[in-house]
Design a protein around this ligand. Structure first.
Ligand SMILES: Nc1ncnc2c1ncn2[C@@H]1O[C@H](COP(=O)(O)OP(=O)(O)OP(=O)(O)O)[C@@H](O)[C@H]1O
Ligand SMILES: [Mg+2]
Length: 302
């Protein structure tokens, strides 16, 4: 359904745009209907950049991104983009920033109606909204007619997911959607993602939290410095991590609270001896080795 092939993103940085920052390097991945794929990695590893490219918010510097057979970089014009967003939607970390504080929160539904379903009658639309709210397990009496500041982060997050469900979405890009929620609400939102998956949605689940990746996803992609360090079925990646980075990360499992920087420092001080990977010769490509079916390991990226 979604396929990224040799995707790169280089940002211009520095006062005169003279510097180059390689944010995403040679990424290949797919998301199928009904599949949750976690993108896991430390801050700055390129997760959001991948999400933004999939959402058409920034263009890849090289490579292709196809969704249901169409290269999304060829999508031009208002109506083609609108059609794309009927199928692909994103939900982000900070739900508060997605709502205008001076309007009632359910205005986001009305905006979808105006742009996508102007012909739909009010009673039919109301049914659709109630249906979407039921799917995200929100009580309409608690949320309709309220202002954003009267709602919790978890409620706003679920409103945004309900809004996406009013469209005929096939793919949801969820970028750190639960980092700002408290523990009990987190589980609710994770369970909601599991329901959506049951309904056949593909989900690209971006997280810097390893344990969350493990909890929800069918496949996991571990990113390091913009390139894939390891990727495969979540059970294989977590039970049998092969890249030194993921190995080290996962060897710390009962103490998942440790930071990625700590892991990096420890890895440097005490590299695992039993893993030797060939080193890629140029810095642009990031080749992967298939070590068992569907389980890929990055050839080291320095
Ligand atoms: N618009 C931009 N212009 C220049 N550099 C950028 C831009 N957006 C991101 N970057 C840089 O690209 C790299 C990857 O950023 P990205 O936001 O994708 O990381 P991330 O994995 O989502 O991190 P986090 O966990 O902190 O959200 C970082 O070094 C970041 O500073
Ligand atoms: Mg991010």
């Amino acid at each position: 359904m979604l396929e990224l092939k040799h995707v790169h993103k280089v940002y211009r940085v520095g006062a005169f745009g003279g510097g180059r920052l390689r944010a995403v390097r040679d990424v290949n991945l797919t998301v199928e209907p009904g599949e949750v794929v976690s993108l896991i990695g430390e801050s700055g590893s390129g997760k959001s950049t991948i999400g933004k490219m999939v959402l058409g918010l920034t263009r890849p510097s090289a490579g292709s991104i196809t969704f249901e057979g169409t290269d999304i970089t060829t999508i031009r014009g208002h109506s083609a983009r609108k059609e794309y967003y009927r199928r692909v939607q994103g939900v982000f970390q900070d739900p508060f920033s997605c709502f205008n504080p001076i309007f009632k929160a359910d205005r986001v539904f009305e905006m979808i109606r105006t742009s996508y379903f102007p012909e739909t009658s009010t009673p039919v639309w109301r049914e659709k909204v109630l249906d979407a709210l039921a799917t995200v397990r929100l009580d309409p009496d608690n949320v309709l007619g309220k202002y954003p500041h009267q709602l919790s982060g978890g409620q706003l997050q679920r409103l945004l997911i309900a809004r996406a469900l009013l469209l005929d979405i096939r793919l949801l890009v969820a970028d750190e959607i639960i980092s700002m929620l408290d523990a009990s609400t987190r589980i609710d939102v994770l369970n909601l993602l599991a329901d959506l998956k049951e309904r056949g949605l593909g989900i690209l689940f971006v997280t810097h939290d390893l344990s969350l990746g493990n909890y929800v996803s069918d496949r996991s992609v571990i990113l390091r410095k913009g390139a894939i360090a390891e990727m495969g079925p979540t059970s294989k990646v977590f039970d049998n991590p092969l890249h030194p980075y993921s190995r080290h990360l996962l060897s710390c499992v009962p103490q998942l609270h440790r930071t990625w920087a700590e892991v990096d420092a420890e890895l440097e001080a005490d590299p695992p001896e039993d893993v030797v990977l060939p080193v890629a010769t140029d810095d642009a490509s990031a080749p992967l080795l298939e070590v068992e079916e569907g389980h890929f390991v990055g050839i080291d990226q320095g």
